[in-house]
Design a protein around this ligand. Structure first.
Ligand SMILES: NC(=O)c1ccc[n+]([C@@H]2O[C@H](COP(=O)([O-])OP(=O)(O)OC[C@H]3O[C@@H](n4cnc5c(N)ncnc54)[C@H](OP(=O)(O)O)[C@@H]3O)[C@@H](O)[C@H]2O)c1
Length: 248
């Protein structure tokens, strides 16, 4: 049991990578709190995780909602040992079609959401606490139509270093897991047509040295490593789990 008796907050824990990670953290002994926005996803996640878990509706674009959720968790459990700041989303658009509103929208979830979860949770984390953030292979490559999503992830990669530096004196580690293409509902929300999705999927699969999409559990296992004491001397880093896409 790598997370025995730990209290673990997983944002975006109602779907895909976050839900799979919440399940793994729970199997490893943690009490998990997942957040999401859609009532149906929250209900399904709560059912999958059972009654020791909490499933909270939190729109991470709203700092007041983050503060309230952290207060709820601390009221119930007294502390937070592990934060997996994982929620994220993106919309595809070519450079000439991007609007200021789209930039604000994507940064407010993918960057501000991560930033304020860390800011609000960190004061309640004891020495030995661990924060893991989900970045993306997109922060290492240029992809047509994904300039804003990629930039949000590059910003978050930078934040991992700064937050790691600020929290190290308190014995709190901050790291990122960087997924390659993973089979989750994420891609269907990018605003691409079925044909664009299929073509992009094929192109990505052939570009990945291991010739496939990854599974959410393969990211969950990396998040578990960073969250647990197995990574007790690891901070500020980004663990790449992308089938070799950005590495070979
Ligand atoms: N899948 C990939 O290929 C891939 C690759 C690289 C990086 N990533 C990153 O991995 C992370 C998880 O993505 P995923 O693939 O697991 O996608 P997913 O299945 O679409 O899950 C996204 C999660 O984020 C939550 N969420 C969306 N908007 C939110 C908001 N405004 N406030 C709070 N929560 C919100 C969703 O909750 P509701 O559904 O309840 O709204 C859901 O739980 C993201 O940061 C993504 O950028 C994914």
């Amino acid at each position: 049991m790598k997370l025995k008796d730990k209290i673990a907050l997983v944002t975006g824990g109602t779907s895909g990578i976050g839900l799979e990670t919440a399940k793994l953290f729970q199997q490893e002994g943690a009490t998990v709190i997942v957040t999401g926005t859609q009532a149906a996803h929250l209900k399904d996640a709560a059912q999958a995780l059972g009654n020791t878990a909490m499933a909270l509706a939190v729109d991470l674009r709203d700092v007041a909602q983050i503060s309230r959720a952290v207060a709820d968790i601390v009221d119930t459990h007294g502390r937070i040992d592990v934060v997996f700041a994982n929620a994220g989303a993106g919309k595809a658009a070519p450079l000439d079609a991007v609007t200021p509103e789209q930039i604000t929208e994507q940064f407010s979830l993918n960057f501000n959401g991560v930033f304020f979860v860390i800011q609000k949770a960190a004061p309640h984390m004891p020495k030995g606490g661990s924060i893991v953030v989900t970045t993306s292979f997109l922060n290492e490559v240029g992809t047509p139509g994904l300039s804003i999503l990629s930039a949000t992830k590059a910003a978050v990669r930078s934040l991992v270093r700064s937050a790691g530096a600020e929290l190290a004196p308190r014995g709190i580690r901050v790291n990122a897991v960087s997924p390659g293409p993973i089979e989750t509902p994420f891609h269907s929300k990018l605003g691409l047509s079925e044909k664009q999705l299929a073509d992009t999927g094929e192109a990505i699969t052939s570009a990945v040295p291991l010739k496939r999409f990854g599974q959410p559990l393969e990211i969950a296992r990396a998040a578990l490593y960073l969250a647990s004491d197995d990574a007790s001397f690891v901070t500020g880093t980004e663990l790449v789990v992308d089938g070799g896409l950005t590495q070979i």
